[in-house]
Design a protein around this ligand. Structure first.
Ligand SMILES: Nc1nc2c(ncn2[C@@H]2O[C@H](COP(=O)(O)OP(=O)(O)O)[C@@H](O)[C@H]2O)c(=O)[nH]1
Ligand SMILES: [Mg+2]
Length: 385
């Protein structure tokens, strides 16, 4: 799973990305921690079963902070978006190539209204316009791909559209589904330009869902503007946030001058903090206490509400909730809602899926079959022959 952090310049993308990926303990066997400067592991928060089971867990592929499991997910600080990206303007091609790989997007916008679409200083810039602008750039880009391949698509079936969009990360099912919902011709394609664009919009909605991080809410008037925006844009997922505050807290936590768990509303200033640090942290305390910084909330909403993932914990001993070496609740997996026990086995190991004969729900000790659908927080032992 990859979440792309996108938006126009100077909205706070890099600040958001740095905050989201700054976590004290690095997880050694997590493959994506330091590949490229703009790629990093952020964390989705789940309730760790160790609390209700009253056991001490020893996470291996994730972290547990006071009963909250932090499960790594990949994030990408996408190259700045500028108007005309779909025509290759700015770093448009890099931008779109980055986007292609993402399963969902967090669009960082400037809720203070202090920057325009190109990132230049402004007064009261319109957030709704900024949100629409990203959607349009993606739509035009998808439509452009179809148009460039028109000679191969015209008069043919929908599978040719699938071929043209194969690099975009849209599956055949999604492509067919989009055409069906719009009641577009699927046997002998003769779509109008308008139909191509509406198809592109439908594909974008399905394959690149967007969560809006309405950033800089620490600035005067910003939060009120976000409340107004949420009223206007009821169908959209909008999270008010302050990436700068989250970054300050995580940095202070790393420096050992504050105790802060990502996403929590309380933090404790420690002895080592100097006067300047104390003053800076006290200045954001009220906002954090009342609203949180929103950064972790935006990520959690993207993972659990938009992408509809659930956290599942595989074990080898369903009585002791541990692996073969006695490590309690070692791993947490994020899988799509609706994942079956058999599919889950495949996520652990293809071999385990081949040898699958059943599974055990560790909480109930009940044996379940291949088609059993997993729930969020399940602890599962896969049985293999
Ligand atoms: N007040 C405030 N400023 C922010 C916040 N996030 C970022 N900034 C500032 O906005 C400017 C642009 O931030 P940056 O992360 O580089 O934006 P990017 O171009 O979108 O990657 C910098 O001066 C940041 O310090 C925030 O939450 N609050
Ligand atoms: Mg940046």
């Amino acid at each position: 799973m990859l979440i792309g952090i996108v938006g126009a310049p100077n909205k706070g993308k890099s600040t958001f990305f740095s905050a989201a990926t700054l976590v004290d303990a690095k997880i050694a066997n997590y493959p994506f921690t330091t590949i490229e400067p703009n790629r990093g592991a952020a964390y989705a928060r789940a309730k760790c079963p160790c609390v209700e089971l009253k056991m001490k867990c020893r996470p291996r592929n994730s972290l547990c902070e006071g009963g909250t499991r932090l499960i790594p997910i990949n994030t990408l600080d996408v190259a700045g978006l500028v108007p005309g990206a779909h025509e290759g303007k700015g770093r448009g091609n890099q931008f779109l190539d980055d986007l292609r790989q993402a399963d969902a997007l967090i669009q960082v916008v400037d809720a203070s209204g202090g920057t325009d679409l190109e990132g230049n200083p402004a007064n009261g810039a319109d957030m709704a316009e900024e949100i629409e602008f990203l959607e349009k750039e993606i739509d035009w880009w998808v439509a452009g791909i179809i148009k460039r391949n028109w000679s191969k698509i015209k008069g043919k079936g929908i599978s040719e559209v699938g071929v043209a969009l194969s690099g975009f990360g849209a599956s055949d099912v999604e492509i067919r589904g989009a055409a069906e919902r719009l009641e577009l011709e699927r046997e002998k394609i003769e779509w109008s330009n308008e139909e191509v664009l509406s198809f592109a919009t439908e594909i974008r909605k399905k394959t690149k869902p967007i969560v809006v991080a309405a950033n800089k809410c620490d600035l005067p008037g910003a939060r009120e503007r976000v409340v107004g925006l949420m009223e206007e844009e009821k169908g959209k997922m909008i999270v008010p946030c302050s990436a700068a505050a989250e970054l300050a807290l995580r940095k202070a936590n790393r420096a050992g001058v504050v105790r802060y768990v990502p996403g929590e509303r309380e933090f404790e200033i420690l002895e080592g903090a100097n006067e300047k640090q104390k003053a800076g942290l006290e200045a954001i305390r009220g906002m954090v206490r009342e609203h949180g910084t929103g950064v972790q909330e935006a990520i959690d909403k993207t993972v659990f509400e938009v992408l509809k993932m659930i956290a599942v914990y595989p074990v080898e001993d369903e009585h002791k909730y541990c692996d073969s070496k006695g490590v309690v609740l070692p791993d947490a997996y994020l899988v799509r809602e609706g994942t079956t026990a058999h599919e889950f086995a495949g996520k652990i190991h293809t071999d385990l899926q081949k040898r699958f004969i059943g599974a055990v729900d560790a909480r109930t000790k009940k044996r379940v079959g291949k088609e059993h659908v997993l729930k969020n927080g399940d602890v599962i032992k896969v049985l293999a022959n």
